[in-house]
Design a protein around this ligand. Structure first.
Ligand code: C5P
Length: 232
């Protein structure tokens, strides 16, 4: 069973470290572009020194050569999970995977298919796509898989469809997780950790239900137990 990935979306690195100080176990954490771009590789090294695994969520999208060189650098930092936009195309995704795995063979490279902030209406109007949003997501998941990518970031509600088309081995990493009694914040479609497991998510990503909790350690343990199916 994978550990829930905690999204460390804090406004300063000091707050991030204060949060990590609360825990006396190894965690899997997600660092976003704000934190990395404002504070640099120092963020990664400091968190690694504390024994945590890192998903660096930079959603790279550029020409293959630039992404390839960037990926090699991130792999040398020893980041465990990274991602690119599937819309960068198959050549970019292949370059990303080859560069990263040449340095860090056991690491994981994911693709973002479509941002969940994009509505169906906006998608149709702005891309002039002949496909529905869901068909487009599945298309990009397949393209990512053919390009050597390990999995996609998607809603838990899309996990089964992705696994049906791309197989069980292709990973789904899913945000939009809330315990049933918790608020949804700005997530429009949320499911519980337990439901995400039933829907075949391979990893869950959880931010505010843990980072803003009165007792973050207790909230993390509760979400972990629910994900593992222990408290049903
Ligand atoms: O606080 P919350 O649990 O909603 O955080 C979820 C995390 O997952 C945030 O870092 C958010 O940016 C990220 N995310 C998301 N939906 C996506 C991709 C990433 O919520 N499609």
């Amino acid at each position: 069973m994978t550990r829930p990935i905690i999204a460390l979306d804090f406004s300063s690195f000091e707050e991030t470290l204060d949060f990590l100080d609360l825990f006396d176990e190894s965690l899997y954490v997600k660092i976003g572009m704000e934190s990395y771009l404002l504070n640099g590789p120092h963020v990664i090294r400091t968190i690694q020194e504390r024994g945590h695994q890192i998903f660096l969520d930079l959603k790279l999208h550029d020409i293959p050569n630039t992404v390839e060189r960037t990926m090699r650098g991130l792999a040398e930092l020893g980041v465990d999970m990274v991602n690119v936009h599937a819309q960068g195309g198959s050549k970019m995704m292949q370059a990303a995977v080859e560069a990263y795995k040449s340095v860090h063979p056991s690491g994981t490279v994911l693709a973002v298919t479509q941002l969940t902030s994009l509505s169906e209406e906006q998608f149709i109007q702005e891309t002039k796509s002949q496909l529905s949003l869901e068909e487009n997501i599945i298309h990009y998941a397949q393209l990512a898989q053919q390009s050597g990518i390990d999995g996609v970031v998607c809603s838990p509600l899309e996990s089964q469809a992705v696994h049906t088309v791309c197989g069980e081995e292709f990973l789904t990493v899913t945000p939009g997780i809330r315990l049933s009694d918790a608020q949804a914040d700005d997530q429009s479609r949320v499911v519980t950790p337990n439901r995400a497991r039933q829907l075949e998510s391979d990893y869950i990503v959880v931010g505010r239900p843990i980072t803003l909790a009165d007792d973050p350690v207790q909230a993390y343990q509760q979400i972990k137990a629910n994900w593992e199916g222990q408290d049903e």
